[in-house]
Design a protein around this ligand. Sequence first.
Ligand code: PGA
Length: 227
Amino acid sequence: MVGGVKNLWIIANFKSNKTIQEALEWVDIVGPRLERRSNVKVVVCPLILDVEEVKKAVLVGNYPLVVGSQDLSPFDTGSFTGEEPARLLKEVIDFTILGHSERRQNFGETDQMIANKVKEAKENSITALVCVQGMDTPIPPGADLIAYEPIFAIGTGQADTPQNANQVADKIKSQYDQTLPVLYGGSVTAHNAKAFLVQANLSGLLIGKASLDPDEFLNIVRLSHAA
Ligand code: PGA
């Protein structure tokens, strides 16, 4: 909190959606409508394919929009076919989502791999958001932000209750660090966003499906101004 105003993060996770053209259309709608606010950071995490063009559009438009990736390599540069190392990604991104449950479930990501990814991000000055599924998920050293994302709520239309998300955030902060920002993610929409944003221990939202629609995403960003 700065002067009684809560610092908030509103993060769009496009997952495996949007062509370069579609991502640029999103930026063209969202970018000019974002208000510059010192306490609200708005982040977009497109496909790696889209990230460079999105970054260029953000720079040309001078929009208050941080560009991030949805993952990065646990290794440095070298012989790691198919991997995107932080040392090279940092030319384009300032932020990354790490340890999303879809990566843990579908790609066998382990806590150790996620810890290595956080280390790579930190060594390259990339802000690292680590997703946890509950209190049992370990938080690696160096994580800048946490997103509490219960599996039952991801892409199901069944969000957790704001009160429970607030309690989990409280426990995470007590266990690790009171200053660690904890966000909520899982079936966030413009209809339920405000109820999460006003919770004392929550510092923002990680949004999948609802972030794909630029108007719905903008509505959620506007709700953060009143939280
Ligand atoms: P959802 O995804 O908003 O579509 O539920 C959230 C996430 O997985 O980050």
